[in-house]
Design a binder for this molecule. Structure first.
Ligand code: BYC
Length: 325
């Protein structure tokens, strides 16, 4: 329905303006907030940037779960810093979305009433300390794979937000990998925990890239507008190709009997995720959907007094300024 709405709005735009806009995109120019843009472009960006921002915020929950139980002060500090970084990423992205004329409050309300999504990956639980390694290595690893090309995305504020986010995500990925390296040099129980974490996070990480290209609703238009720089399947393949040797180095086995290097293609062949599970999670039926949404709703409700106070303060200041004029 959203795709249909975007299409009909895009076609309502003046064809000459649309052609000039597309020519700017094709020349590799950045589109800035005050530039003319088709309504569909604006709405697609709000959807993608908003979903991305919500993912960063909700993404704090599975890791926040382990801050009090980190096994050393150094690990606790690392994890705390990572979770704080995710909050920062959410804020840059909400700011980027605001330049398109939608407030952060409106985006949050859309998340809470189910009109917007966050990444499927955060609907899976983090059961052991090894999961902190798997999340950093695989989840942040998949995020980097997706986000590095987005530094070249056509919308200026989004592209610039991505530069800093990608730098921080690289640190996150490395701390996850380092954590697993250490655990894999430990006891048999620690090694088993690492393998179990990989077993549970492998396919959810592959799902982060979205449905296969044939089922992707938005890819074609988003790529024409350079909102997306690669298809979902291209990025998923790149992730598999880069991650499998890392798993081998760790001494872990990727949980896929169909995984094999294909010399002719120059890529790994691999078994696709169970897409019925993906759509089920998107519909709200993943293991942690209800818990994540309840946490977001509580944070929103608990923050109501702050929003009210800020509004009252702003109104008072405006009234004082008016009286002094
Ligand atoms: N989860 O037409 P498609 C992170 C939806 S977190 C949920 O291919 P598109 C991090 C999609 O929205 C990573 N929904 O869509 C944070 C669409 O539904 P709607 C977040 C998904 O947009 C903390 C439908 O499926 N990164 O970095 O062209 C700690 C059809 O899909 C998912 C971003 O958001 C999913 N995985 O492509 C650690 C990156 N996949 O909206 C790490 C920016 C698809 O029509 N986003 N859907 O109802 C993107 O690059 C693209 O939006 C996607 C999807 C590749 C995710």
């Amino acid at each position: 329905m959203y795709a249909q709405m975007i299409k009909s709005e895009a076609t309502q735009d003046d064809p000459e303006k649309l052609a000039a806009f597309q020519a700017r995109i094709d020349r590799g120019e950045k589109i800035e907030p005050k530039d003319w843009m088709p309504e569909g472009y604006r709405k697609t960006l709000i959807r993608q940037i908003g979903q991305h921002a919500h993912s960063e915020i909700v993404g704090q929950l599975p890791e926040g779960n382990w801050i009090t139980r980190a096994p050393s002060l150094e690990r606790k500090v690392n994890l705390l810093a990572k979770v704080q970084d995710e909050a920062g990423h959410g804020l840059y992205l909400y700011c980027a979305a605001e330049t398109l004329g939608v407030s952060r409050d409106a985006l949050t309300e859309m998340l809470l009433d189910g009109r917007m999504k966050y990444s499927s990956i955060f609907n899976y639980p983090t059961l052991t300390w090894a999961d902190m390694g798997a999340v950093g290595w695989l989840v942040d690893g998949a995020a980097i794979m997706n986000q590095v090309p987005l530094q070249r995305t056509s919308y200026g504020p989004y592209a610039r937000a991505m530069v800093r986010i990608c730098k921080e995500e690289s640190f996150h990925q490395r701390q996850g990998y380092h954590l697993l390296l250490k655990m894999m040099a430990g006891t048999d129980d620690q090694k088993r925990m690492c393998q179990d974490a990989l077993n549970r996070f492998w396919y959810p990480a592959l799902m982060m890239f979205g449905p296969s290209d044939k089922d992707s609703v938005h890819s074609a238009q988003s790529m024409a507008w350079k909102i997306k720089m690669n298809t979902n399947d291209e990025l998923r393949q790149k992730f598999v190709d880069e991650t499998v040797p890392q798993a081998e180095y760790l001494g872990l086995t990727v949980p896929d009997d169909g995984l094999v290097w294909n010399d002719a293609r120059g890529h790994y062949d691999f078994t696709q995720p169970d897409w019925s599970e993906f759509y089920n999670v998107l519909q709200g039926n993943g293991p942690c959907n209800a818990e994540r949404m309840a946490a977001r709703r509580k944070a929103w409700d608990d923050g109501a007094w702050v929003r009210d106070a800020m509004l009252a303060h702003g109104q008072k200041k405006a009234a004082r300024r008016k009286a002094a004029e």
